[in-house]
Design a protein around this ligand. Structure first.
Ligand code: DON
Length: 315
């Protein structure tokens, strides 16, 4: 229970808070590195910074490059998981676990030891297994994902960047190795090339901080979106997704992220992080330089400042 002094929503001036964070993060630039293992991502300016807060009341506060679309990469795994859970229910938990891996997001090590069953849906292997399930449904999976993101983000211009897709496809040898390993264990049904191409498509979706905060708001609202006037996820599904975000969303930095920020969150190597304050708000931040775990260096610092200033950590 938060004390009155710590009470959030009605006493916070989020615009002023975001503006002071934008200023305070300036010394953090130059300490991380822009992802270049997908060459097209290396073209992005390292100095970008945007941040958006969406409150339960539907208010929106932004600073910096918050309207500029960027490559959401692994943040897409969160929404594909939502889509699979809403279309197919709990069957996904027969294909992936719910435990943090403690390894890098694209590690192959535990996958062989654990017979092709990924630790969780957010590491690459788990996201591939989750997407494989979605591909078992009839219809065009790419279109299904795109329509879902446009609906959740309330933005019909959201699209996937073909240059980024092709750039990743040319270098996706580790992800292909995961697919083949899982297929050998009978854990993947789709054609491997179709699966990797669809995965690269979802990762290359481009959204702004505004779009992401909008798409993430239901996760803070027990699955209900006040912006859509609609329920996106059941309360039970929402609780589970937030739990897996909290324990697995930031890969092998999940412990230090909980220590520093204290919110369920999902990152991507494009430099985005989407976090939620249950019952209160969603917050999206973007800055392309990454730490050693592949999470935005400046974005993590910004979220740490945010929860320190607003007392919004769940802990
Ligand atoms: O599969 C990959 O390596 C990328 N398309 C996504 C990885 C990613 O975003 C990890 N997140 N921090």
């Amino acid at each position: 229970m938060k004390t009155d002094q710590h009470k959030q929503e009605d006493v916070q001036d989020y615009q002023a808070i975001l503006e002071s964070i934008e200023e305070a993060v300036q010394p953090c630039f130059g300490k991380g590195r822009v992802a270049n293992y997908i060459p097209a991502l290396g073209q992005v300016s390292p100095n970008k910074f945007g941040m958006t807060v969406r409150t339960a009341r539907g208010e929106c506060f932004s600073v910096g490059d918050a309207n500029e679309p960027f490559s959401i990469q692994s943040i897409s795994k969160l929404f594909v998981l939502q889509l699979v859970m809403s279309q197919l229910g709990d069957v996904v938990w027969e294909r992936v676990g719910k435990e943090p891996s403690g390894d890098r997001f694209n590690s192959l090590m535990k996958l062989e030891l654990e017979h092709g069953v990924p630790r969780n849906p957010f590491i690459n292997a788990g996201a591939l297994a989750t997407l494989d399930l979605l591909m078992s449904l009839s219809g065009d999976t790419r279109e299904r994902i795109l329509n879902y993101m446009r609906y959740l983000g309330l933005n019909k211009t959201i699209s996937s960047n073909a240059t980024v897709v092709n750039s990743e496809l040319e270098h996706a040898h580790i992800n292909r190795a995961m697919i083949h390993l899982m297929k050998t264990y009978g854990c993947i049904d789709s054609d491997p090339e179709e699966l990797i191409a669809t995965y690269c498509y979802q990762c290359a979706l481009e959204m702004s901080c505004m779009d992401l905060a909008t798409a993430g708001l239901p996760l803070a609202m027990d699955g209900y979106s006040p912006l859509h006037g609609d329920t996106v996820l059941s309360g039970k599904q929402n609780k589970r997704i937030n739990a897996v975000m909290l324990t697995c969303g930031m890969y092998d930095s999940v412990g230090s992220f909980a220590y520093r920020v204290g919110l369920p969150a999902k990152s991507g190597v494009g430099g985005g992080i989407l976090a939620v304050v249950p019952g209160e708000l969603s917050v999206a931040v973007w800055s392309p330089e990454l730490d050693k775990s592949g999470n935005s260096y400046v974005g993590t610092a910004a979220l740490e400042m945010f929860t320190s200033m607003t007392h919004a950590s769940i802990f």
